[in-house]
Design a protein around this ligand. Structure first.
Ligand SMILES: [Zn+2]
Length: 269
């Protein structure tokens, strides 16, 4: 599932290719992706609009239109944003295609249709309505606010990191990496972490996500670009801990498999 690093990469791709440009054509190739919105309204709002600014909040990408309003994209399980030129074939599973005058296109691709695209009037109101916590890479999110939000939850730290209402952007894959680097057992209760744990968790959260973005790694693709010390590369059967060489353990959390090193991430006291 695309997590913060991938969505940030999509944002940068859009910024580099389509920002400041005007949409000349819109094709909704599968209307299920726009939920209850009317296709005619979506096309009317998008056609002729210039992409004025972009913003990422957690796993959402929001695009401001000069005519007013925002186009919001969520990528679900395996969605992506692809840019292609006149001579390229449309990518498979493109559900919405935006055309730009000088013969290039932006495609919202989503094989499993588990994401969505919608128009909203205001970005801040959307974030509030979705009950999203602060974006975890927001420069304004400091240790004190992070620690307070995390420690207020009386449940395991793995689930708390993935709870978009606490902080937005982290999913199953990157929470494994953050906990590995912070040397915390995923079962540790969030409200029982001490100040040192919380500080380490905060620092590793920021550094892991920034490293992934810098290297152009997602949550399932381009993992080989991540540093060798990352456990994400060993999230598989027979995986070895990059720190101690021990076997990586797989456990289930809310139906999803999580990987960690029981030696380097000892059980809470
Ligand atoms: Zn280890």
């Amino acid at each position: 599932m695309p997590e913060l690093p991938e969505v940030e990469i999509f944002k940068r791709r859009l910024d580099a290719t389509c920002l400041g440009r005007t949409i000349t054509g819109v094709s909704i190739r599968d209307r299920r992706i726009i939920g209850k919105s009317s296709p005619a309204r979506l096309v009317a709002k998008l056609k002729g609009a210039l992409l004025r600014a972009t913003r990422r909040h957690g796993k959402y990408l929001l695009v401001a239109l000069d005519k007013g309003g925002w186009l919001v994209m969520h990528f679900g399980m395996n969605g992506s944003l692809q840019h292609f030129g006149r001579d390229d074939e449309d990518p498979p599973y493109d559900r919405l295609r935006l055309d730009f005058g000088d013969d290039h296109h932006l495609a919202y691709v989503n094989p499993r249709l588990l994401g969505r695209v919608e128009l909203v009037a205001d970005a801040d109101a959307f974030v509030a309505k979705e009950k999203l916590g602060p974006d975890v890479l927001d420069a304004g999110l400091g240790l004190a606010e992070f620690a307070q939000a995390v420690a207020a939850r009386k449940r395991d730290i793995k689930s708390v990191l993935m709870d978009q209402a606490v902080v937005a952007g982290i999913g199953n894959i990157y929470s494994d990496e953050i906990l590995f680097q912070a040397r915390l057992d995923p079962h540790s209760r969030a409200d029982r972490l001490d100040r040192g744990d919380l500080k380490r968790l905060f620092n590793k959260t920021k550094s892991v996500l920034r490293t992934a973005i810098r290297r152009g790694s997602g949550s399932e693709q381009m993992l080989e670009r991540l540093p060798r010390g990352f456990i994400i590369r060993e999230r598989k059967k027979g995986g070895r801990c990059p720190r101690c060489g021990g076997a990586v353990a797989a456990i289930k959390f809310s139906g999803r498999t999580s990987y960690y090193c029981p030696r380097c991430q000892p059980a809470p006291r």
